[in-house]
Design a protein around this ligand. Structure first.
Ligand code: NOJ
Length: 748
């Protein structure tokens, strides 16, 4: 529809109809029996009984295509204005073909395949009638106590930017304007800084300096906006005392003016109403006004806009204008999706032809990304890969577990999942492997706090001692024990904060008992966060971080265990040694009293007296079955002006027995600046695949724009001076080092 027609459409709407466009409800509000709707969902939500649901603009989390057709058809018949409904859903890392959780995906550092994963998600959504997904989530995370780290690309800003860009491109395509066939609209979230709740406790306050916000937390959202994301979602949290959803500075000055976002801003679930609980709005009318003034276009699942906006804006021209602007943005989104031309976006035809969900192509992509997301943390005496001749015992609650999709796979079907056992049986015969559970997934005390999710946990029928004795028997009869352990998927995700993110005690005990047998132990950890693995790592001969690897996870893991695939994942988030180290992240500041190794136990340094400063596994870390040697071939110059670059060539040799991929990481430290700069900032990286014995070259180019940061006057710019460059295979293993200077044009 041409923009003039869109404006005409806007003009033709009554105030009630306009407000309806800003209301998002769930599907139960639209069921045929309106009496039940009025006494049921409407009443429960507190919507006025005369609210006309056929004015509502969008629907949340209805994902059944037939129901989508039914609701849209009915809606268009019943509504006066005939503006089609928008269907939005949480398709976070796959629709039916489930990819690894985003934190795992980021460990692949393969943003081409991450883009492909998003485009497969979009294709499956498109085929099933979904228009908008609430992805990507690009909240920077430094605290693994927080359950939602699983949805984030981790602690680093460069990775977050790349994840944001590739996901938006995969979901929406790269073209501005209309969203083409096979693509859906992306919604970046949670604006802003939702990933930094105090003490890692869900929904807790966020308090951070503007410098920290701009330097580390905003660039991910900005990258998604620059890539064209059509929507932004507000965050639940307060930011420096003001709830994000009612924060005019954040959403208008920063998001719309500075960051140039001109799409739809949607609140997070009930966040408009929660302005009251926050102690920011004294009643629903104030909440409506504050949210509208802050620039929130759509009120997700509360009655606040629906009940209050009409009287709030009445007689106030400024607010009326804000309402019109908001409605225009929603109509524009519908228009960009082509809904005025075809409210079903080809869904009717697709339903007849059959959808492409779970196609072989999609599953192959899911397996490939899973293989690259899995991180090998330890491999003593090259225990891995396993020989097919080795008799193994596969033990643990995850040995045959289908529930490995993570908390946000709302359309994922566990029945589609390839389990670890099934994956292994593609490599070996069943008489090479014995399988048993070994322990309960969770102790009783950890089940109860999971509330309604307890019903989804496995029912543990066998006594733990019996399970343990059986496991010991199996282990004794095998050459190598493969232990598949982990937290429950319900222990991470939204509302999944943990003060002590370790392996459940039931499984820690199993590991301890088996480690006494003198058998080689391969431990595989399934989790939605970095767990504290210090004790686990001591007992395991080989340790693999599997995350929640998605539909094809069992095959991906088996391919790694048997060496068909050489692991290449690199951690996107630091693994702490202990809870007391949290938050621990690689790009910290030096402090005035750094803990220098040569000072030994010198007391007055920035250090712990009961723990090392270094984490268990640092950012960027991940082992391979082969070994790589790097050396600096050339550095073009040691001094650059603003328009010049330092060009670097690094030679990389695969010195081990296996072909493999390495990620060469380039970190920079700005020695002196108007604000202190981190000890290392990931500035670029390259992935290189080398056959055993092969040598290759990777090139980097450092330009002035890569040295910019927010200085003391909050301007984004570089400062002249000296820089250290560290190149290596993790944030801690950076054997290549040199310095260079940035000079002004006159100096250089
Ligand atoms: C709440 C979550 O914070 C958000 O990420 C999600 O998209 C919405 N609920 C909608 O389900």
């Amino acid at each position: 529809m041409h923009i003039n027609l869109l404006l005409e459409k806007l003009d033709s709407l009554t105030v009630e109809e306009k407000i309806g466009q800003l209301v998002q409800l769930t599907g139960d509000f639209f069921e045929k029996d309106l009496d039940t709707v009025v006494t049921g969902p409407l009443k429960k939500l507190g919507l006025h009984s005369d609210y006309n649901v056929y004015n509502t603009g969008s629907i949340l989390n209805v994902t059944d295509p037939k129901r989508i057709i039914r609701l849209q058809t009915d809606y268009l018949e019943q509504s006066n204005h005939k503006v089609p409904l928008l269907f939005m859903a949480d398709i976070i890392y796959g629709y039916r073909t489930i990819f690894p959780i985003p934190l795992a995906q980021a460990c692949s550092w393969n943003f081409k395949e991450i883009e492909q994963a998003a485009s497969i998600s979009a294709r499956e959504c498109y085929d099933e009638g979904i228009h908008v997904t609430f992805s990507p989530m690009v909240d920077i995370v430094r605290d693994p106590r927080w359950g939602r780290v699983m949805e984030s690309p981790g602690e680093d800003t460069l990775l977050a930017k790349k994840y944001a860009e590739s996901t938006v491109h995969g979901l929406q395509g790269k073209q501005p304007g209309s969203v083409p066939q096979d693509k859906i609209a992306a919604c970046v979230k949670h604006f802003a800084a939702y990933g930094a709740p105090v003490a890692g406790r869900e929904y807790n306050a966020v308090d951070m300096s503007e410098h920290m916000l701009r330097e580390y937390y905003l660039p991910g959202y900005q990258a998604a906006i620059d890539a064209g994301a059509k929507l932004v979602m507000t965050a639940f949290n307060t930011l420096n005392g003001i709830p994000a959803t009612g924060n005019e500075w954040l959403n208008r000055d920063l998001l719309r003016q500075e960051m140039k976002f001109d799409g739809v801003l949607i609140s997070d679930y009930a966040a408009v109403e929660e302005l009251i609980m926050h102690g920011y709005a004294e009643d629903a009318a104030t909440a409506a006004k504050l949210a509208l003034m802050a620039g929130v276009d759509i009120d997700m699942k509360t009655a606040v806009y629906a009940n209050q906006l009409e009287s709030v804006i009445s007689g106030n021209e400024h607010l009326e204008q804000l309402l019109n602007d908001a409605v225009y943005r929603v109509l524009k989104l519908k228009n960009d999706l082509g809904l005025f031309e075809d409210p079903f976006r080809g869904l009717k035809a697709t339903l007849q032809q059959g959808t492409r969900i779970l196609s072989d192509e999609h599953k192959t992509a899911a397996r490939s990304l899973a293989e690259q997301s899995i991180v090998l943390l330890k491999n003593e005496q090259d225990l891995l890969p396993l020989s097919k001749k080795t008799k193994i015992s596969l033990i643990g609650p995850y040995a045959e577990e289908h529930s490995t999709l993570g908390m946000w796979a709302i359309k994922g079907d566990e029945a589609d999942t390839v389990t670890l056992k099934e994956g292994l049986l593609k490599h070996i015969d069943s008489d090479q492997m014995s399988v048993c559970r070994g322990a309960h997934l969770l102790p009783d005390h950890a089940r109860e706090p999971l509330g309604k999710y307890v019903d989804k946990l496995p029912v543990e029928t066998v006594n733990e001692d019996i399970l343990l004795q059986e496991a010991i028997r199996h282990a004794n009869e095998s050459d190598v024990v493969v232990l598949a352990l982990g937290e429950s998927i319900y222990q991470s995700g939204e509302g999944g904060s943990r003060t002590n993110p370790t392996l459940p005690e039931t499984q820690a005990k199993l590991l301890h008992e088996l480690s006494q047998l003198g058998k080689k132990l391969v431990v595989i950890v399934y989790s939605g966060r970095p767990l504290i693995l210090t004790e686990v790592a001591k007992q395991a001969d080989a340790l693999i971080q599997a995350w929640y690897p998605g539909t094809m996870g069992g095959e991906a893991l088996a391919n790694i265990l048997y060496g068909t695939v050489n692991p290449s994942g690199k951690l996107a988030m630091t693994f702490p040694r202990s809870v007391g180290q949290i938050p621990v992240y690689y790009n910290e500041l030096n402090s005035g009293r750094p803990n220098l190794p040569e000072n030994g136990a010198y007391r007055f340094a920035s250090r712990y007296i009961d723990e090392a400063n270094e984490p268990l596994y640092p950012f960027g870390y991940g082992k391979s079955y082969t070994t790589f040697d790097c050396s600096l071939l050339s550095v073009s110059r040691k001094e650059i002006g603003p328009d010049e670059s330092v060009d670097i060539e690094v030679s990389v040799s695969n010195t081990g027995r296996f072909d493999g991929k390495e990620t060469i990481q380039l970190y920079i430290r700005d020695r002196f600046a108007s604000v202190t700069r981190p000890v290392k900032v990931l500035t670029d990286f390259r992935q290189i695949f080398l056959r055993s014995g092969e040598t290759g070259t990777v090139q980097f180019s450092i330009r002035e724009d890569m040295l910019r940061f927010y200085g003391s006057s909050m301007k984004y710019q570089s400062e002249l001076g000296d820089f250290e460059v560290y190149i290596g295979t993790s944030s801690q293993e950076t054997p290549l080092h040199f310095s260079f200077s940035l000079r002004s044009e006159e100096q250089s």
